[in-house]
Design a protein around this ligand. Structure first.
Ligand code: HEM
Length: 494
């Protein structure tokens, strides 16, 4: 437990401060607001009340942490208390097989096994390497559609291209690389339909026993949506199961392990059984959804800044040129030699983290943080965007300056540690035991695609348009005015 008070002192009884509201009505009003609507309210409360703020949302207190060293105390130094998840809402339970996925799973043996399966079987650096042909395939699809735009002079709606590219890539990692573009499109249609309609079902959570009667058609609609998802994914899982057997029997060199293969082999530690179809659907969908919007949003923000600031784009292009020479495509090994590229990506994630909060955490014991009580079952949220914009850590924090991530002089100082294990300066992937398990993959995807985009094309604002950095909440925090760019193919002699 935290040792923030001496044994003679009594542990504090008070929760972190919060606004005064009418108990029941206030709790319900917060429930109707999205995190994005709450964020500005929290910021003004933070200025008045300090680094920890409590809102009574629904039946439990929700504590919001602004301070990076308190975040470190909670998530790193006391990770065993702060790594659980709150119980998910009844509508989400249908989509996540009753919390049987990584992101919503309770901190315990089942979560540990399914998370470790993903990190060691698929996201291990050597495994990530085995998917390089899939990345090249997706790059070629993007390259062809962008070249057509460049030739016709049409502007590019950047996000839809990026999102489709990221989705294809994750589908191939998930189901194997023998899928056609049509099959991928069918998975994408149902995944987007679900993502865009989930908010409509929130009302069902207000008093499920009542809404199950009064709004039963809406509950049916939700079950129908889940059924649609299963009807698309289960046949693909079965087909992969068969193909895997055949490829293995023939000892084929073509066999590249896919996420589904690992799930087919997995055994749940408590129940001592294999995953059922519903659980497989839940886990494969999590893989596709967790990685698509996050990465494509980050990519859009980064490219927006490269369009807005042509001198940064040019500096990056010069670095790529110095490493890539005459290569048509940037090779993955070459990315390691591009320090400025890495700085651009990190600055993008600092200035525009795709999620302004990590997923909510739950405290498993009564404990003390920052001199306040954090009650057992309380929900804890971490203010990701605000930490990355803290003027005590980052000079001129709202400016886009990749140089801040470049090592100066020849000191032995480590390159920036985004895991925050020793100290948190920003946390776009979270920190501690629940840190995004795919941060290495996400960084590789961002580096690989940004490098190739800039290597092959020059990106400019559409005539007369300035690039607005205003934000809007969707699944992630996206550009309110989506980036449109005019692109031209770079000439070798440029
Ligand atoms: C730029 C891209 C990405 C960003 C910024 C990002 C960010 C995050 C954040 C903030 C969390 C929550 C951490 C917490 O609750 O403390 C998270 C969790 C997670 N992410 Fe990512 N992510 C990205 C890409 C991906 C990709 C590509 C995948 C999968 C292929 C993925 C899979 C997951 C999973 C499964 C979790 C849940 C971890 C757990 O609860 O144990 N993410 N991510």
């Amino acid at each position: 437990l935290f040792n923030l008070f001496s044994p003679s002192e009594k542990p504090p009884k008070a929760l972190p401060p919060g606004p005064s509201t009418f108990p029941l009505i206030g709790n319900i009003i917060w429930l109707t607001k999205s995190f994005f609507q709450i964020e500005p309210i929290l910021r003004s409360l933070h200025l008045k009340l300090g680094p920890m703020v409590t809102l009574h949302i629904g039946s439990r207190p929700s504590i919001f942490i602004f301070d990076r060293s308190l975040a470190h105390q909670a998530l790193v130094q006391n990770g065993s208390i702060f790594s659980d998840r709150p119980k998910t809402l009844p509508t989400n339970q249908i989509m996540n097989s009753n919390q049987r996925n990584i992101s919503s799973g309770a901190y315990g043996p089942t979560w540990r096994i399914i998370r470790r399966n993903l990190t060691s079987e698929i996201l291990h650096p050597s495994r990530i390497k085995s998917f390089s042909h899939a990345r090249k395939w997706v790059w070629e699809i993007l390259f062809h559609s962008l070249t057509t735009k460049a030739k016709t002079g049409e502007s590019v709606e950047v996000l839809s291209h990026f999102r489709h590219g990221m989705f294809c890539l994750l589908v191939l990692m998930c189901f194997g690389d023998k899928l056609s573009q049509e099959q991928i499109a069918a998975i994408e249609v149902v995944a987007r339909k679900i993502l865009l309609s989930l908010d409509r079902f929130n009302i069902l959570n207000f008093c499920p026993s009542v809404t199950k009667v009064l709004l039963r058609h809406k509950w049916r609609e939700l079950s129908q949506l889940r059924k649609e998802q299963e009807e698309v994914l289960i046949p693909l899982i079965r087909a992969r199961e068969k193909a895997k057997q055949e490829l293995k029997n023939n000892e084929s060199d073509d066999y590249v392990l896919a996420y589904v293969d690992t799930l087919l082999d997995l055994e749940l530690p408590l129940e001592k059984r294999k995953l059922n179809d519903g659980e497989m659907v839940t886990l494969t969908s999590e893989f596709l959804n967790a990685g698509t919007d996050t990465t494509s949003t980050a990519l859009q923000w980064i490219m927006a800044n490269l369009v807005k600031y042509p001198h940064i784009q040019n500096k990056l292009w010069l670095e790529i040129k110095s490493v890539a020479g005459d290569n048509e495509v940037i090779k993955e090994d070459d990315l390691q030699k591009m320090a400025y590229l890495k700085a651009v990506i990190l600055e993008g994630l600092r200035r525009h983290p795709p999620g302004h909060f990590v997923l909510p955490h739950r405290a498993t014991e009564d404990t003390v943080l920052g001199g306040f009580k954090v009650p057992k079952d309380g929900t804890i949220n971490f203010m990701v965007a605000d930490m990355g914009w803290d003027p005590d850590v980052w000079e001129d924090p709202m400016a886009f300056k990749p140089e801040r991530f470049l090592k100066t002089g020849d000191s032995d100082e480590q390159v920036f540690d985004i895991t925050g294990s020793r100290e948190i300066k920003m946390m776009p992937f979270g920190v501690g035991r629940r840190i995004c398990p795919a941060l290495g993959l996400a960084l590789l995807h961002l580096e690989y695609f940004v490098a190739n985009f800039i290597w092959k094309f020059e990106w400019k604002a559409v005539d007369g348009d300035s690039i607005s950095l205003e934000e809007k909440q969707e699944f992630t925090v996206v550009m309110k005015t989506p980036l449109k760019a005019q692109i031209s193919v770079r000439k070798k002699t440029n």
